[in-house]
Design a protein around this ligand. Structure first.
Ligand code: KIV
Ligand code: ZN
Length: 518
C-alpha cells in the first residue's frame, strides 16, 4: 500500500470559481490563495489560463506570490492550452500542469465526436508536450466513472508511460456509488501497468451528495490525493468539500489512518473568507462550517453537552477555528488589536489595507458599541476586497416616509469621473436602484434581492445580497452597512462591478465547458 499521507489538492479557484455566481477577480483570487497557503493545502489549482485573460493573470500572480504550495493550471490536450498553462505557472516555486480529456463513450460520441484511438493519441501527445515544460504533470480522464474500464486503464497506462506523475480519476457528474468507486480504484491499481509510478488522485462531484464518501473510500483503496474545494463549491452541486474530507480523516483516525498537511484551525476563517469574496453563504446545516454545525438546540442535546461535550460533539468548534466568543472590539480598541483580530479571522492585509479598514472600523465603532467578527469581515469586504472597483458609491441621500414620494440621489465615481443623479421609486431601495441603473447604463436583470442582519440588535449592520444576470453572466453582489439602503446600493454596485470585470475579461465558455477541441 502507498504511504499514509493524503495530498490535499484544492480546486476552489478553478472548479469552484467556474460555477455561476462564484466569479472572483484577480486580487480576490490572490487573497484566497494566500489563505489557502495558510490553511496548508499541498496544491492550489489556480485556474484555467486559456479560458480568459483574467484567469491567466490570476494564475500568474498566484504563481509568483505563493511559496509554500504547488501551483497547478488546467489545460485541455491542445497545444495552445498547455503553453498558456505553462506561461502562467512558470514562475511558481513548484508548478504542475493538469491536462484533461474525456474517456467515456457518452462524451466521445456526443460531445467530442472523436474515436477512442484519437483521444488516446491526443492525451499521450499532450502529456509529452507538458513534460517538455515541467516534470510535474497530472492527467485526468474526464468522466472516468462512466468510461469503459478496459479503455480507461489503457489511457491511464499510456499517459503514465508518457510521463504523467499524478493520475486523477474524476467522477465528473457525481454518478458513482461509494462501493462502485472503490471497486474502480481497486481495478485501476490491479490492472494498470506502471500505476505505482504515479500518485493516484480522485476528483468527486456531489450531484448525489456522495462526493466526500467517494473521496474517502478511494483513499482506503489507495488514492493518495484528494481534489476538493472550500465549502464544497464547484460545477453544479459542487465538489468534495475540503473541510469534510479533512475533518473526517481527523475525527476517524481509528478507521482512517492517514494524515494531511491541513492546519484545521484555519478551516473556518478560510470558509468565511470565501463567502465574503463570492457573496455566497453556506447553508446553515452545512457540515463543519455551517452556522448550525455546532449549535445544540434540543433540550436533551443541550443537557448532554453541559454534562460532557463528547455526548453530542464529534469535532470541536475550536479545532476548525470557530472561537467561542465572537465579541471582539469596541471604539477604544487600537490599530494593533484590530490588526491581530483580522489575522485571527483569516485576513492577512498590507499596512495600507489595514489603515483603510481601520478608518472604517473607527466610524462604525462610534455608532455601534460592540464590533463582532462578522462586522470585521464586512469592513474588510467593503474597504479592501472592493477597493479596485470600477463603480464606487460616494454619496446617497434618500427621502421617504408616508408624506413623501420616495426619492434617491446617488453620487458615483466611475473610474476617475464623478457623476450624480436622482430618481423616484416605489420605495427608497427601488429609487436608489433606479438612480444607479441610469447612472451606470446597465442592462442587467435582477434575479433576486435579500436582506439579512449580520449580528443581533437594532444597531446591527444589514447585509444585502443581489443576484444579477447580463449576457449569460450571473453574479452575486453583497453590501453591508448599518443603513440598509446604503447596503442595498453597495450590493447592487458590487454585482455591477463583477459584471464589468467579466465584460473586460470574457470567459471562453466553450473551453470551460470542455466542448471545443479544434
Ligand atoms: O470534473 C471533472 O472531470 C474536472 C476535470 C477537469 C478534472 O473538473
Ligand atoms: Zn470537476
Amino acid at each position: 500500500m502507498p504511504g499514509d499521507r493524503v495530498i490535499i489538492f484544492d480546486t476552489t479557484l478553478r472548479d469552484g470559481e467556474q460555477s455561476p455566481g462564484f466569479t472572483m477577480g484577480i486580487d480576490e483570487k490572490l487573497m484566497m490563495a494566500k489563505q489557502l497557503e495558510r490553511l496548508g493545502v499541498d496544491v492550489i489549482e489556480a485556474g484555467f489560463p486559456i479560458s480568459s485573460k483574467g484567469d491567466f493573470e490570476a494564475v500568474r500572480k498566484i504563481a509568483t506570490e505563493i511559496q509554500e504550495c504547488e501551483i497547478a493550471a488546467l489545460a485541455r490536450t491542445k497545444k495552445d492550452d498547455i503553453e498558456h498553462a505553462y506561461r502562467a505557472i512558470k514562475d511558481a516555486a513548484h508548478h504542475r500542469i493538469h491536462i484533461f480529456a474525456s474517456t467515456s463513450d457518452i462524451h466521445l460520441v456526443h460531445q467530442l465526436k472523436k474515436t477512442r484511438e484519437e483521444v488516446l493519441k491526443m492525451a499521450v501527445e499532450a502529456v509529452k508536450l507538458a513534460k517538455s515544460y515541467t516534470q510535474n504533470v497530472e492527467f485526468s480522464p474526464m468522466d472516468a466513472t462512466r468510461s469503459d474500464r478496459n479503455y480507461l486503464c489503457k489511457v491511464i497506462e499510456s499517459v503514465i508511460e508518457a510521463g504523467t506523475t499524478t493520475v486523477n480519476i474524476p467522477d465528473t457528474v457525481g454518478y458513482s456509488m461509494p462501493w462502485e468507486f472503490a471497486s474502480l480504484i481497486r481495478h485501476i491499481r490491479q490492472n494498470v501497468g506502471g500505476v505505482e509510478k504515479a500518485v493516484l488522485s480522485v476528483h468527486c462531484h456531489n450531484d448525489l451528495g456522495l462526493a466526500t464518501s467517494n473521496s474517502l473510500i478511494a483513499v482506503l483503496e489507495g488514492a493518495r490525493q484528494v481534489e476538493c474545494t472550500i465549502n464544497g463549491i464547484g460545477e453544479r452541486a459542487g465538489n468534495a468539500s475540503l473541510e469534510e474530507v479533512v475533518m473526517s480523516i481527523k475525527a476517524r483516525q481509528d478507521l482512517l489512518h492517514f494524515q494531511t498537511s491541513i492546519r484545521s484551525e484555519q478551516i473556518y476563517p478560510t470558509s468565511r473568507l470565501l463567502t465574503k469574496i463570492t457573496g455566497v453563504n453556506v447553508q446553515p446545516n452545512k457540515a463543519i462550517v455551517g452556522s448550525n454545525a455546532f449549535s445544540h438546540e434540543s433540550g436533551i442535546h443541550q443537557d448532554g453537552i453541559l454534562k460532557h461535550r463528547l455526548t453530542y460533539e464529534i469535532v470541536t468548534p475550536e479545532s476548525v477555528g470557530i472561537s467561542k466568543s465572537s465579541l471582539v472590539l469596541g471604539k477604544h480598541s487600537g490599530r494593533h488589536a484590530f490588526q491581530e483580530r483580522l489575522q485571527d479571522i483569516g485576513f492577512t492585509l498590507s499596512e495600507e489595507q489595514v489603515e483603510q479598514a481601520f478608518q472604517r472600523f473607527k466610524i462604525l465603532a462610534d455608532k455601534k458599541s460592540e464590533i463582532f467578527d462578522e462586522d470585521m469581515e464586512a469592513i474588510v469586504t467593503e474597504t479592501v476586497i472592493r477597493a479596485a472597483d470600477k463603480y464606487k458609491l460616494t454619496g446617497l441621500t434618500v427621502v421617504c416616509g408616508t408624506a413623501a414620494t420616495p426619492t434617491a440621489t446617488v453620487s458615483l465615481q466611475v473610474n476617475e469621473t464623478s457623476i450624480k443623479g436622482s430618481e423616484f421609486g416605489d420605495g427608497p431601495v427601488d429609487a436608489a436602484f433606479k438612480a444607479i441603473k441610469n447612472l451606470t447604463g446597465t442592462k442587467s436583470r435582477f434575479l433576486s434581492y435579500s436582506v439579512n442582519s449580520i449580528t443581533g440588535g437594532t444597531d446591527a449592520q444589514g447585509e444585502v445580497t443581489v443576484r444579477l444576470e447580463e449576457n449569460g453572466n450571473i453574479v452575486i453582489g453583497q453590501g453591508a452597512h448599518e443603513d440598509i439602503i446604503m447596503a442595498s446600493a453597495m450590493a447592487y454596485l458590487n454585482a455591477l462591478n463583477k459584471l464589468a470585470y467579466l465584460e473586460k475579461n470574457p470567459v471562453n465558455r466553450s473551453a470551460r465547458r470542455h466542448a471545443s477541441w479544434q
